[in-house]
Design a protein around this ligand. Structure first.
Ligand SMILES: N[C@H](CCC[C@H](N)C(=O)O)C(=O)O
Length: 285
């Protein structure tokens, strides 16, 4: 199978052009290719597929083989792939995802995509839409709500960007032991479909730094949907303006929540690392 390794702010995936390749068992393939010792090494697998309702379809699998509804860093790389590898000459494209159809604007420099702006759609805040089990059945949002993890009480804000996120604010992002607390958040009983957890620290009204423990992949260097969730949560909690630079371990994303249109926009880079070929005879069965 031919593949292209790409990364968005260090959130790296194995991309496969499924207009040409067929993958019978993507969950198993994702687990295999993601292994950083026995496979290629990545945060998961992203399949670029034909679509009846958009220019392309993105199917995204985490490193543990679970399917993600949406992937912000991934969809920017999909846009770069389809333009740079000649599948389209359009600089505005649509991509079908389990989180809805997304619309992207591509910035092209010297014939290749350097930057992508994504309309990430509307954040979903109702507990049932995230999903997060609310403390009280009548709660319509999860904002600054207590959550006990490993004997400590955190205060979380829940946001869905098509996939589930919970945002907690901490004083020292760098000092967090995510290996210790990340899985306890991910698998907490109040998150029926597990969850992506963002640990955020507001630097000023235009800037937030964060780390993320991703559902199905553990800590990643960046999470595009997570950065959107952090921006929405920060705005909802009155901590920042509607346009926020989110600083992740792998770099910065510019996030804007146009409250009038109720659309979140994410702007960031996408890069090719290398092209390769791998024999999946024993895996893709
Ligand atoms: N782990 C996520 C999918 C990848 C999201 C992230 N890598 C991004 O850039 O948005 C989930 O299971 O919902």
């Amino acid at each position: 199978m031919e593949f292209t390794k790409m990364q968005g702010l260090g959130n790296d995936y194995v991309y496969v052009n499924c207009l040409r390749e067929t993958i019978k068992n993507p969950a198993e393939v994702s687990k295999f290719v993601s292994d950083r010792h026995f496979g290629i090494g990545s945060d998961g697998l992203i399949m670029i597929c034909p679509s009846k309702v958009a220019d392309f379809e993105m199917q995204m699998y985490n490193a543990d083989g679970s399917r993600g509804e949406m992937c912000g860093n991934g969809i920017r790389c999909v846009a770069k792939y389809v333009y740079d590898y000649g599948l389209t000459d359009k600089t505005s494209i649509s991509v079908e995802t389990l989180g809805g159809i997304k619309y992207l604007d591509l910035t092209v420099e010297d014939g290749k995509v350097s930057l992508v702006k994504v309309d990430m759609g509307s954040p979903r805040l109702a507990p049932s839409q995230i999903p997060i089990v609310p403390e009280n059945p009548e709660d319509t949002r999860i904002i600054d709500a207590p959550l006990e993890v490993e004997g400590k009480t955190y205060y979380m804000t829940g946001v869905s960007m098509g996939n589930p996120h919970t945002v907690v604010y901490v004083d020292d992002v760098k000092g967090l032991d995510l290996l210790k607390i990340g899985p306890s958040f991910e698998n907490h009983k109040r998150f029926p479909e597990r969850i992506n957890t963002e640990f955020a620290h507001v630097l000023d009204r235009k800037t937030v730094e964060m780390r993320v423990w991703e559902r199905g992949s553990g800590e990643t260097l960046a999470c595009g949907t997570g950065a959107c969730a952090v921006a929405v949560a920060s705005i909802l909690n009155g901590l920042t303006e509607d346009r926020v630079t989110v600083k992740l371990l792998g770099g910065d994303l510019l996030i804007e929540w146009d409250k009038e249109a109720d659309k979140v926009y994410m702007t960031g880079p996408a890069k090719v690392v290398f092209d390769g070929e791998i024999d999946l005879t024993d895996i893709d069965v």
